[in-house]
Design a protein around this ligand. Structure first.
Ligand SMILES: Nc1ncnc2c1ncn2[C@@H]1O[C@H](COP(=O)(O)OP(=O)(O)OP(=O)(O)O)[C@@H](O)[C@H]1O
Ligand SMILES: [Mg+2]
Length: 112
């Protein structure tokens, strides 16, 4: 299993969620965050407002999938979240050692 952590622009959330659902992703965690990337000392436009500070609102997605699906998930996020402007986000991929569905006790791939 892999954990895919992605930051995206907030207005892209619905489109990314739909794209991921359509390729078979069944669950994800979504968190409103603030962060910064490589323009930390500069400004980034968010909904027409220029943030002179270092932190810009983003959405963080955390998605655990079978390892065989990870590439497709990463490609789907990268393609769907892209505007071509700065601040489109980042995608990180980590290994996951164990998963459990609490209701049934199912483990690993069966728990997803
Ligand atoms: N190295 C990092 N580690 C952890 N989180 C990061 C890192 N870089 C960026 N982020 C997170 O991703 C969000 C989006 O970053 P961003 O897309 O601006 O990256 P970037 O490298 O500056 O790319 P771009 O040049 O397109 O702006 C940040 O707000 C932050 O939450
Ligand atoms: Mg940036």
């Amino acid at each position: 299993m892999k954990l895919i952590i992605a930051t995206i622009k907030p207005f892209k959330l619905e489109e990314v969620r739909e794209a991921l659902t359509s390729i078979g992703v069944r669950g994800m965690m979504v968190t409103e965050i603030k962060g910064f990337g490589s323009q930390s000392g500069h400004t980034e436009i968010y909904r027409g407002a220029e943030y002179a500070v270092n932190f810009v609102p983003k959405i963080k997605l955390e998605i655990v999938v079978a390892a065989s699906m990870a590439d497709q998930v990463v490609e789907t996020i990268a393609k769907t979240a892209k505007t071509g402007k700065i601040g489109d986000g980042k995608v990180f991929v980590l290994d996951v050692g164990q998963a459990i569905r609490v209701r049934t006790g199912e483990t690993d791939a069966d728990a997803l």
